[in-house]
Design a protein. Structure first.
Ligand code: ZN
Length: 467
């Protein structure tokens, strides 16, 4: 088994070789908490979840950081418009984010550092101080600190940029500030009136960090100076990740990240997602339309991360159908297997093709094709009564392994107390042959979103929606 990833830095497929196996240090850029995250953001977080879970299946111990950007222009503007203090304003979106990743069955990272945590601000100041000492950073006229990209020869390498465009001769005015070079970016922004109560003391006066230094500092403080994998969406490549490399390597003089993995854009019904086109969706928008977290997860997961994902409502309907096929197949296997011992020698259940596909730069579409091939083949065998209970049990075990990575299994919803109470009442009514009362209770149960079926073994309740 060997795993290969496409590294944005080298633009090549490379064998994955962590610094200190079986440990894998993984840094993933998280949300800016000024609003609810949208499905484009979640596409990236689900790709990273697939990456983490697959590495864990292959025996790696993943240490993951997912940061929260809770101070920047957007969060400050949002808190100002809402008339709320910044921490209170961002807290509601942090809470929403944690709820959303749970709905999408994304494994929580070990660390969710926020930029404004005191220890993180301290680390940012420490790194800026080092860059100042090395003359890689400078204090500009506006009292802000900038990174001098001319002092970092590798600047532009990740994004494969032509730096001549960023290196005009002479001094340029940009954003009303006098910077030495148009490409220089802010490490520390001097406080101004629009910042209101937001600001921290530093050796260069009151101010706040630039977005890029937040990630360099949190990565270094928690994971150390060198990490194995850094992920994000393609729109993070420049300037954000380029700047992270410049800052981190500028400080340490050593390579910051070994593998850069970026997920492609998500478009909706063939168009760029935008509020003005009415095709901008948060997770909550889709839940309100009646889709489940499991269905949305599937729709965001099934396209290989390096391909653009065209998110459509037809695609969601297909996701629902595919999940139904998996559910029905599992149910058939479970009915057949009953309590048989899995047949260890049954070849399809020993197949590693699903995981081998993921080894190949997380080729999820090939992995899912393998799953559906097995479903098709074994359904046919069951139609012909050619599958043995021990083989069905082995296939269920095989599915458990896949589901550790996919997280697509239907969750058995507990029957709510109110529904249970009504079921008991209905059973009593039926024993007394009070049929109209029984029907009235059934209608009441359906109003709560549950169906009830009468079987030989008694009543069976199931939720109306597939969850
Ligand atoms: Zn970042």
């Amino acid at each position: 088994m060997s795993i290969a990833f496409y590294n944005t830095y080298s633009r090549k497929l490379e064998q994955f070789q962590p610094i200190d196996p079986p440990k894998v240090k993984l840094y993933t850029c998280g949300p800016t908490v000024y609003s609810f995250a949208h499905i484009g953001n979640f596409r990236t977080y689900i790709f990273e979840d697939l990456l983490q879970r697959h590495l864990e299946t292959r025996g790696y111990e993943v240490e993951r950081v997912l940061n929260l950007t809770d101070v920047d222009d957007k969060t400050i503007k949002g808190s100002h418009n809402a008339g709320m203090p910044l921490p209170e304003f961002t807290q509601q979106f942090k809470d929403a984010f944690f709820e959303d990743i749970k709905t999408l069955r994304i494994k929580p990272a070990q660390y969710f550092p926020a930029a404004t945590d005191a220890e993180n601000i301290a680390k940012m100041i420490e790194m800026i101080r080092i860059l100042m000492e090395k003359d890689i950073a400078y204090l500009a006229e506006d009292q802000s600190i900038y990174f001098r990209i001319n002092r970092f020869p590798n600047y532009g390498k990740l994004a494969h940029l032509d730096l001549d465009e960023l290196r005009p001769s002479g001094r340029v005015r940009n954003d009303n500030y006098e910077k030495e070079n148009i490409g220089d970016f802010a490490l520390w922004k001097a406080w101004d009136e629009e910042d209101g109560s937001v600001g921290w003391d530093s050796p260069w006066g009151k101010g706040r960090p630039g977005w890029h230094i937040e990630c360099s500092a949190m990565a270094a403080r928690i994971l150390g100076p060198q990490i194995d994998i850094h992920c994000g969406g393609v729109d993070n490549i420049f300037p954000h990740h380029e700047a992270e490399i410049a800052q981190s390597e500028g400080c340490t003089g050593h390579q910051f990240v070994r593998y850069w993995l970026h997920s492609e854009h998500l478009i909706v019904e063939g168009q760029k997602m935008s509020k003005s086109l009415g095709n901008f969706f948060t997770l909550r928008d889709l839940l309100n339309k009646g889709y489940t977290g499991r269905e949305i997860r599937y729709a965001l997961l099934r396209v290989n991360y390096r391909l653009p994902l065209n998110f459509t409502f037809d695609g969601l309907a297909e996701a629902r159908q595919s999940l139904l096929r998996i559910d029905e197949w599992r149910q058939r296997l479970a009915d057949l297997a009953h309590d048989a011992t899995p047949d260890q020698e049954y070849a399809p259940a020993k197949s590693d093709a699903f995981f081998a596909a993921l080894d190949d730069n997380l080729n999820i579409s090939a992995a899912l094709a393998e799953l559906f091939d097995q479903i098709r083949a074994t359904n046919k065998q069951m139609d012909q009564e050619a599958l043995k209970p021990a083989q069905a049990a082995a296939l269920l075990k095989w599915w458990d392994g896949l589901n550790n990575v996919l997280q697509l299994q239907k969750s058995e919803e507990p029957i709510p107390a109110k529904v249970q109470e009504l079921l008991a009442k209905r059973a009593a009514a039926r024993t007394n042959k009070l049929w109209s009362e029984s029907d009235a209770i059934r209608a009441e149960i359906e109003q709560l979103g549950w169906t009830v079926k009468d079987t030989k073994e008694g009543q069976k309740a199931a939720p109306v929606k597939v969850h």
